[in-house]
Design a protein around this ligand. Sequence first.
Ligand code: 4NP
Length: 149
Amino acid sequence: MVCLGNICRSPLAEGIAQNLIHHKKLDWIVDSAGTTGWHEGSSPDKRSIAVAKDHDIDISGLRARQIRQAELPDWDLIVAMDAQNYQDIRRLDPEVTGTRLHMMMNFLYPGQNRPVPDPYYGSKKDFEEVYTMLYQACEAMLEELTSAR
Ligand code: 4NP
């Protein structure tokens, strides 16, 4: 799960996906990172922690980190929150093609390339909307991935 700072959207996506994976008794590994190292080592944004907690998901132990070029071949699936994240990942490794690199909302709205909007300068309501988008997209993602197996 990749966003810009790894403090707002992608830690929420990691927490939600982890929760759904656990419920489905899958043994998949999920992680998150930012395209930048601006918040390296920081906890998720307080508002992301709060909205996750409202849904009984604890993301307070996560710490921000920057994605590394060397790790990209190791992941079966790399999920970008918006088009900028997608382009930045492609720039880091042009070999990461459409089969492994996806825009999050395309699991719900195929081919539309809708962004998960950056809520950093927004309100708690924006974080709640991001949570709902991520939850629905993660459910669609797991549905697609498990039915394809
Ligand atoms: P994120 O949100 O990419 O969802 O973690 C942001 C976090 C920090 C900044 C921008 C977006 N920032 O400008 O520091």
